[in-house]
Write a protein that binds this ligand. Structure first.
Ligand code: C2E
Ligand code: MG
Ligand code: MG
Ligand code: MG
Length: 292
């Protein structure tokens, strides 16, 4: 009993709280799976703007779950869905919904702007991501430049060769590819060299350092100007405050996505913005990278 007690303590095996946690995770997985089958998932859109003018240049599709009548965000479900592999079904669904939505806009005579979709690192284990996305734009007859692909930086640590291949095929087909959450990982700079991408989205926490002290601001500034120097589009994510906007403005031609400009919103609300010419700028994909 003595040994068992200390073992249990060391491994936390009899930890009631932990057990409860595992049980809840399992229940969430089951619930999310049903939710997917019942059409409870949807996407919100968060506009991306030109930093200088504040005009809309595109948007990002962000998954939401209508869970018993309450809209909840990815912090509630993405982690568990990645664990179980269910995230691929979600992503595949969101990609298709976005393509369908773009098609529908065009059919209604509304000029579309590019929308980015997220790709989880888990997706690469479940499917040929490039082939799936190519199949979808062909199915809905939309220009691939209307779909931007955001790949999270953490996806890159595994299977770099496979990933490079997927990115090459996507870009050859006309998709724009962005590295998401740039600056949150440790291998950021080497990745810029290893992968042929169109742009980066700087991580929210990265931007938050700005304005804290001169040193942090200088790092952010250097990374952004370096990205510009090698011809990458830069989207600064999580712009919340005026000071961040002002600092970014001094760094030249960047784009921004953040609550200072617009929060994520239902597709219908974004459509109303698309119909207001005073809010629209030159589409994001019109900026061609240098050196290519
Ligand atoms: P992300 O792809 O980096 O998306 C940006 C996140 O930052 C969004 O959170 C957005 O609402 C939030 N954000 C943007 N501006 C601000 C700001 O000014 N302040 C603050 N506090 N937050 C801001 P969201 O929608 O909760 O999504 C979180 C993450 O979940 C995403 O980060 C992405 O990694 C993941 N995610 C969202 N939708 C999908 C999806 O369809 N598939 C996959 N695989 N992951 C998704
Ligand atoms: Mg993203
Ligand atoms: Mg991000
Ligand atoms: Mg992220």
């Amino acid at each position: 009993a003595q040994i068992k007690g200390s073992y249990a303590k060391r491994c936390g095996f009899y930890d009631a709280e932990r057990f409860q946690g595992i049980k809840e995770a399992k229940m969430l997985q089951v619930e999310a799976k049903h939710g997917l089958q019942n059409g409870e998932f949807l996407f919100y859109l968060q506009p991306k703007v030109n930093e200088g003018t504040g005009l809309i240049v595109g948007a990002e599709a962000l998954a939401r779950w209508n869970r018993n009548g309450r809209i909840v965000g990815p912090d509630v479900f993405i982690g568990e869905m990645e664990h179980s592999g269910l995230v691929y079904s979600l992503d595949r669904f969101i990609w298709e919904e976005v393509c369908k939505w773009q098609r529908n806009l065009i059919d209604r005579g509304i000029a579309p702007l590019p929308v980015s979709v997220n790709v989880s690192r888990v997706d690469f284990y479940f499917a040929d991501v490039a082939q799936e996305l190519i199949g979808l734009v062909e199915k809905y007859g939309i220009d691939p430049s209307l779909i931007n692909v955001e790949i999270t930086e953490t996806a890159l640590s595994e299977n770099l060769d496979d990933l490079r291949d997927v990115i090459v095929r996507l870009r050859e087909h006309g998709f724009f590819v962005f590295l998401d959450d740039f600056g949150s990982g440790s291998s950021s700079l080497s990745m810029l060299h290893a992968l042929d991408i169109d742009g980066i989205k700087t991580d929210i926490h990265f931007l938050n350092q700005m304005g804290q002290d001169d040193r942090a601001s200088s790092i952010v500034e250097s990374v952004i100007s370096m990205a510009h120097m090698i011809g990458l589009v830069v989207v600064a994510e999580g712009v919340e405050r005026q000071v961040q906007r002002d600092t970014l403005l001094s760094m030249g031609d960047t784009y921004a996505q953040g609550n200072y400009f617009y929060e994520p919103m239902p597709a219908e609300a974004y459509e109303r913005l698309l119909c207001d010419p005073t809010k629209l700028g030159v589409p994001l994909h019109a900026k061609k990278p240098l050196f290519r």
